[in-house]
Each structure stands twice: as structure tokens, then as C-alpha cells.
Design a protein around this ligand. Sequence first.
Ligand code: C6P
Length: 407
Amino acid sequence: MIDAAKIKKDFPLLNQKMNGQPLVYLDSAATSQKPQAVIDAIKDFYERHNANIHRGIYRLSEEATELYEGAREKVQKFIRAKETKEIIFTRGTTESINLVAYSWGRQNIEKGDEIIVTEMEHHSNLIPWQLLAKEKEAVLKFIPIDDEGRLKITKLDSLLNKKTRLLAITHVSNVLGVVNPLKEIITKAHSNGTRVLVDGAQAVPHLSVDVSELDCDFYAFSGHKMLGPTGIGVLHGKRELLEAMPPFMGGGEMIKEVTKEGATWNELPTKFEAGTMPIAQVVSLGTAIDYLNGIGMENIWQHEQMLIAYALEKVTAIPGVKIYGPLKPKDKGGVLSFNIGEIHPHDIASIFDEEGIAIRAGHHCAQVLHRRLGIPATVRASFYLYTDQSDIDKLIGAIKKAKQLLL
Ligand code: C6P
């Protein structure tokens, strides 16, 4: 079992006051806090190893390159990818998905083709496909959700047909916390000859992911939600697909030979890493992975299961609070979205803020989902390895206070 109170001490930002109260950070789905080890890794890189990678024929540059490529190996092992060539560094989940939409999408989607997404997608896994569909005159279809916020998987059979080229789906919903049954969905899609892209932004930080076992074609995630710095993310793609895809961005490093007339492309993964990459961010993402491995992803998942079970039990007992998503912790991560009567979520967030509690209020970049739920916005509390039961107790206290003041 995780000792969250002890883990908290590794995160300097969490040991401070906000509005005169001890900070209760319940917005890890937006971005996670960083342990001292990650902060030190960034500082250490700039103090001792900073040089551009893959370019310099001098020791310092070789050192920086080794650290950068070492981090790629850590990512590969962390998500159990087959080889490092399948790991592309990007700015984050959003850029990873846009890379696939731009490169694979423009090569493989034609007029009349169909792309399936779900009603629970984050805009990052919806807008790139809307843009592509518009440009190519392709059709976008949606797997609906039920009233508990789970996907209606049985509907997938009637959505899949000969024209379905791609299914783009989130692993874990950033609003409902639902963990989608990917294995079953990917098997169905593949037996129809449909490629699958998984948005893993809310999964990789919280549970053990095995992309080889899932057999997905593309898998995207962000470093900043998994204890790493901002500005760094990952796209995993099957090698044969990445090999066949044209570059996303042109520039330095991604080329092999350049003439006045044209160019040939570098080997994977460099073909997709144009220009100077965020080197310190990649290296410190590796440190974040070391930290997560030190705790154990299975332990982190169990800890969040305990927290969500506790939170669901306490919050469902408060009259007038409506929770969105499954009410049982099974297949649900540490995300709790709710409303209190008719109070606007922004007013609730302001009251929580006075108590030192940081939560997110709004549509959480999932407007299609909120439309389906029949509401414009929700309040969202999201947990991580440093969240403990006392944080949830403070949340419960703040919900009661908001009710008293505003209802
Ligand atoms: N969700 C949230 O508060 P980026 O911004 O590229 O790192 O991640 C985008 C993204 C993609 N998919 C899912 C499921 C996500 O949750 C997010 C980011 C944050 O829910 C910020 S909007």
C-alpha cells in the first residue's frame, strides 16, 4: 500500500499554503505536480550536461545524446513497446494525435471513408479528426455512452463497416474516469481492418499500460500528467505504420539527404523529430518514469481505487450532489466529476479555492460529452499517488460548505 503522506513530502509544491490554508491539490488530471527528483533532473541537465543532441562530435553533446536516448528506452520499457524506434517524442498528447491525423490521416483517409470516435473524447482526440474529415470529405461517427457514462460497445458492430479506416478512442475519460475495455474494442476494429489510435493521456500516469499486449496501432500521452515537465509527450506507433508515413514537420535532423530539388527522410524515430527537441524535458521525463517505477504502477492504481471508492461513498451520501460517471469504483480511475444542485461550477470552485482546494470547473475540453450529459459544466476533483484520505475529507467539508452558502 502507498503511504501518500510520505510521498507528499517529495513534492515541494504540495507543502505550502494557499489562501492561508494547507494546499489540497485535486487537479492532477489537468497536470500533475513534480517530485524533487524531476525538478533536480532538469536543473542537473542544465548545470552539467546541456548541449544539442545527435549533432556535436564532442563529449558533452554525446553525453546529452546518451541521456536523451536513455529516456527513450525508459519510455519504451514503461509502456512495453517492442523497440525504441516506435517511440516518437512530441510536445504532448495533442501534438501526438495531430501528427497521426496530419501524416497517416492525409495519406490513408479518402472521400467517403469513415472514422469512429466516442462521445467521451477530449477535444484533442476529436478536433484533429473533424479537421481531417472536413478536408477529405470523410465521415465521423460516434460510439455513444450510456447513462452511467460507459461506452455502448454493442453499438460498435453496427458502426464498423468496409469504409471504417480508423477508430480513435480514449483509454481513460478525463471527466468520467471510466477505463474503456480497449482489448475488446481493438480486437473488433482489427477484425474489420480498422486501425486504432488510443489517447492515453489519463491512463499512462495511473495504470500499467502494455501497448504490445493491447496491439493498438498508435498510442499518445503527455509527460506533464505523469510527474514529468510540460512540453514533452509521446507517440507510440507500430513500426511498419511509422515507416510508411510521410513526415509531420520538416526541418533539421529529420532528413537524410537534401538537394535543391528535394530530400530523403531520416530513420525512425528521427524522421518525426524535426528541429531541436526539448532535451531537458525528455531527460527529466525519464526521471519521472524512474520515480513511478519506484512506487509501482500497480500500487498507484490500487491507491487511486481506494481513494475513488472512499470519495464515492462519502459524496453519494450528501443530498443534492449529482455525480457523473459510474458510481462503483470498478473500471474507474481517480476522477470525480459532479454538480451541486444548480450552483454554477465556477462558484463552487471559488469557494473551494478559499479553502485552499484546487479543483477544475468547466467542460474540461469535452463539450460533446457535457452535451450528452445535458449540462454545460461540472466540478472535477482528480487524484494521484500523493492524494490521501485527508484531502478527500477536506473536499467533502468544502462541498457541504458550498451547499450551505449557495443552495
Ligand atoms: N486534459 C484536463 O484537465 P495535452 O494538453 O496535449 O497534454 O493533453 C490533452 C489531453 C488529451 N486527452 C485527454 C483524455 C486529456 O485529458 C487531455 C488533457 C486536461 O482534463 C487538460 S484540458
